[in-house]
Ligand binder design. Structure first.
Ligand SMILES: [Fe+2]
Length: 184
């Protein structure tokens, strides 16, 4: 088995073990991931960004806080847990949009007056724990970061990936994109 095959097997095992956990009442973690990746692919994104979309919430499947930590007042920092795990396997084009997808929610809530209305109830609860909408200074700094556009795109797909019963390609469909994004 090559290193690449071993990493693919590792990711498949994480989804096999935790993919059926609820993301929300509407979708499981697997459905949420597949719907996010499907939107990224439909938008003609790079393999790296499709991979970031697929794996953006892997931190939720790696931590032990249970299904919805925000309901207990806990910020699980799943974006940092996920990005840290991914950084041992992928480059910044995958890890940074993942790390920034919570910041992108805080950004979009600050710059788009209607954005807050797109958030699921769970996202509204976690937003408060994550610091609420960005300040003007934070907005400015965020817009000047190298992964700004990718993080905002990923965040919009995240919001759109909570549709009960939506048909998407399965996990296997994305394996070539993951493989093409691996470093080393
Ligand atoms: Fe998500």
């Amino acid at each position: 088995m090559t290193d690449h095959d071993a990493i693919l097997a590792e990711i498949e095992a994480i989804f096999a073990a935790n993919g059926n956990n609820r993301y929300s009442e509407a979708v499981t973690q697997r459905e949420h991931a597949l719907q996010a990746a499907h939107q990224a692919e439909t938008a003609d994104s790079s393999s790296s960004l499709i991979t970031a979309a697929l794996l953006h919430d892997i931190g939720h499947m790696l931590h032990k806080f249970g299904p919805e930590p925000a309901a207990q007042g806990i910020d699980d920092k799943h974006e940092d847990i996920g990005a840290g795990w991914l950084a041992k396997r992928f480059g910044a084009v995958v890890t940074e949009p993942v790390r920034l997808h919570v910041a992108a929610k805080r950004y979009l809530c600050a710059v788009e007056p209607d954005y807050f209305g797109n958030l699921s109830p769970a996202s509204v609860r976690s937003l408060k724990l994550q610091g609420g909408p960005m300040s003007a200074e934070e907005v400015d700094a965020f817009e000047n970061g190298p992964h700004f556009a990718a993080a905002v795109a990923l965040r919009r797909w995240d919001e759109g990936a909570k549709v009960s019963g939506k048909n998407t390609p399965g996990f296997e469909h994305y394996l070539p994109h993951i493989s093409a994004s691996l470093t080393g």
